[in-house]
Design a protein. Structure first.
Length: 161
């Protein structure tokens, strides 16, 4: 690198690095392909003579069977749309309260159980896509009613009633 310009020394260093990288790749890949054997080499045949790959393949052609085309599946009749859950159409607070069967005398544990049961039947993730808005509204109303009842119970407890 002595006696070269900076540019020449940079080029020489880049060339040396490229050669080293090529050598590393060659070492990782191992030896190259075997030379002198064609891809059609098959070896000794039944007669003891060497056969070409195409001759060996021809020997097995009579064993090859064309695969049968798959049988078409019978067409099933169009599925009827799932029935619309009627309870998801009831979205007034009175209807939701009726579905919750709130009497005003429930305990907090009973209200928590009713909330879980109501959510199992009415959660938007389980509702058909066209009724998800109704299911969301029903869940909001049910949560509001149950939360209000729990708040009322806690206020009555704090007042000693």
């Amino acid at each position: 690198m002595f006696g070269m310009t900076v540019f020449e020394s940079v080029l020489e260093r880049l060339r040396a690095e490229a050669r080293e990288a090529e050598e590393e790749i060659a070492e990782e890949q191992g030896p190259g392909p075997v030379r002198g054997l064609t891809s059609g080499f098959a070896g000794l045949g039944a007669t003891g003579a060497f056969m070409s790959g195409s001759q060996a393949a021809a020997a097995y052609l009579d064993l090859y069977e064309e695969p049968a085309p798959p049988e078409p599946e019978p067409e099933s009749p169009p599925e009827e749309p799932a029935p619309v859950p009627e309870h998801l159409l009831r979205i007034t607070p009175e209807a939701v309260a009726e579905d919750l069967a709130l009497t005003g005398r429930e305990g907090i544990d009973d209200l928590a159980a009713r909330r879980r049961s109501f959510a199992r039947e009415n959660h938007p993730d389980r509702a058909p896509a066209e009724l998800r808005a109704n299911a969301t509204l029903r869940m909001k109303i049910a949560n509001m009613l149950i939360d209000e009842t729990i708040r009322r119970i806690n206020v009555e407890k704090s007042l000693g009633l």
